[in-house]
Design a protein around this ligand. Structure first.
Ligand SMILES: [Zn+2]
Length: 163
C-alpha cells in the first residue's frame, strides 16, 4: 500500500476508536483507503414479480443489473439512472437489502431490491441477453457463491416477507 498523495510506502498505525489505519510518515497523516461504490439491483417486474437477470457481452454468467455510483451522486439517484441506461425500464421503488465488499474488484456493493414498471425492455450494447425468471429459475442460473447470489437470496427472502 502506497500513499496516494506522495507515493511513500504506508505503514499501519493505531488510531483511537478505529484500530490499525494506514499511515503515511511523509505526509504525517492517516490515509483511509478509497474504493469505488456500486449498486447491485435485483430488479423485479411489478405485474408478475419476475426477476431480471442479464448476461453481458463476452460473459458466460447471468448477473444482476449493477452500476457504479458516480462522484457526487446518491445511491438513490444511481438506481433509476443505471436501470434506464441499461434496460430502458423505470424504477418505481427500491429497498436496501445489504452490502458486501467485493474483494476481486476492490469495490463496495450496495444491494437493492428494485421494483420496475412493465415497460418494454430495450437493453444497451453492453448486454447480450436478458431473462425474466421465477425466484427458483434465478437461483439456478445465478453464479454460485457470488456476490450476485448473496443479493438475490436476500431479495427473495424479502419478497417472501411481502406476500
Ligand atoms: Zn504521503
Amino acid at each position: 500500500m502506497f500513499c496516494r498523495d506522495c507515493g511513500e510506502k504506508l505503514s499501519l498505525r493505531f488510531m483511537e476508536n478505529e484500530g490499525l489505519v494506514p499511515y503515511c510518515n511523509k505526509c504525517g497523516k492517516y490515509k483511509f483507503p478509497f474504493f469505488p461504490v456500486a449498486v447491485s439491483m435485483v430488479v423485479v417486474r411489478r405485474s408478475d414479480r419476475a426477476i431480471l437477470l442479464a448476461r453481458h457481452v463476452g460473459d458466460e454468467d447471468y448477473k444482476l443489473i449493477a452500476g457504479y455510483i458516480k462522484k457526487g451522486e446518491s445511491a438513490e439517484k444511481t438506481i433509476p439512472r443505471e436501470l434506464r441506461e441499461e434496460t430502458q425500464l423505470t424504477a418505481i421503488n427500491w429497498k436496501y437489502l445489504a452490502s458486501r465488499y467485493h474483494d476481486a474488484k476492490d469495490i463496495l456493493m450496495l444491494g437493492f431490491l428494485v421494483t420496475c414498471d412493465d415497460g418494454e425492455l430495450v437493453f444497451n450494447e453492453e448486454i447480450a441477453e436478458t431473462r425474466w425468471c421465477t425466484p427458483e429459475e434465478a437461483r439456478q442460473i445465478i453464479r454460485k457463491n457470488s456476490t450476485a447470489e448473496f443479493f438475490l437470496n436476500a431479495a427473495i427472502a424479502e419478497l417472501g416477507r411481502k406476500k
